[in-house]
Design a protein around this ligand. Structure first.
Ligand code: G3P
Ligand code: CA
Length: 241
């Protein structure tokens, strides 16, 4: 089972921040980091899960209504009187550049299935190429059209199609998006293992339900493997590795 840091080490540190990514990069045996990108009003790629800043920062409103300079004034509480900012994708690549040139991967989820971010695909592909880490990146999205577009721009790009059920991932794949892997919710394995045995199946775990008590029981990764899951995105990868 390959283990990824979901939004960085996002249980113990604020999700999708340089702090959470830096902590993940220190974990021995981690396959890579998953993160989410949005687009600012002035066309910068930034890393944030939600389309709005309300949940994770001290601001309110949609990211697309903020310029990068305005977004950078918002604070993300990192505890002990310390604060993080919403990082740009460029800052993340700067941080992880050397690590990515080793055996380390980055899964960039394009958050473009709720708001249509025109031009996002070209922007992220160009930026990844600028850092020369295109062989270490997997692009994912709930939008099959977006993944199809990525393959048109860069046929060698590795992609993963997101949906809740693995059957819906497969349905979108067969619809022609050309994805290389299936990215279902971990409870969404609704097909027998034989039907998905030929695919890389990276399963994700949602949310951060218990911030006050992060250390519940460990998930049974063997059971997940028996269902055909090859990789997991975890908020607490450090506990498993
Ligand atoms: O990319 C897998 C997973 O992160 C998708 O769900 O809501 O955490 O972005 P979400
Ligand atoms: Ca995500």
């Amino acid at each position: 089972m390959k283990i990824w840091a979901h939004r960085g080490c996002s249980q113990m540190y604020p999700e999708n921040t340089l702090l959470a990514f830096g902590k993940a990069a220190e974990i021995k045996g981690l396959t890579g980091i998953e993160l989410d990108i949005q687009l600012t009003k002035d066309g910068h790629l930034v890393v944030c899960h939600d389309e709005r800043v309300d949940r994770t920062t001290d601001g309110i409103g949609e990211i697309r209504q903020y310029t990068l300079a305005e977004l950078k004034r918002l604070r993300i509480d990192a505890g002990d009187g310390k604060y993080e900012q919403i990082p740009t994708m460029e800052e993340v690549l700067e941080l992880l550049e050397d690590k990515l040139k080793e055996e380390f991967m980055l899964n960039i989820e394009l958050k473009n299935s709720i708001l249509p971010y025109e031009g996002m695909e070209e922007k992220i592909i160009n930026l990844v190429h600028r850092y020369g880490v295109q062989n270490r990146v997997i692009y994912s999205s709930f939008s099959a059209l977006s993944l199809e577009f990525i393959k048109k721009i860069e046929p060698n790009a590795e992609t993963g199609i997101l949906d809740t059920k693995v059957s819906d991932c497969l349905y979108k794949l067969k619809g022609g998006c050309g994805a290389d892997a299936l990215h279902p919710y971990w409870r969404g394995i609704d097909l027998p293992k034989e039907r998905i045995a030929d695919y890389t199946v990276r399963a994700w775990f949602a949310g951060h339900l218990y911030p006050e008590n992060p250390t519940g029981n460990l998930l049974d990764l063997e059971m997940l493997e028996q269902k055909g899951i090859t990789d997991v995105f975890l908020n607490e990868p450090e506990r498993y590795l």
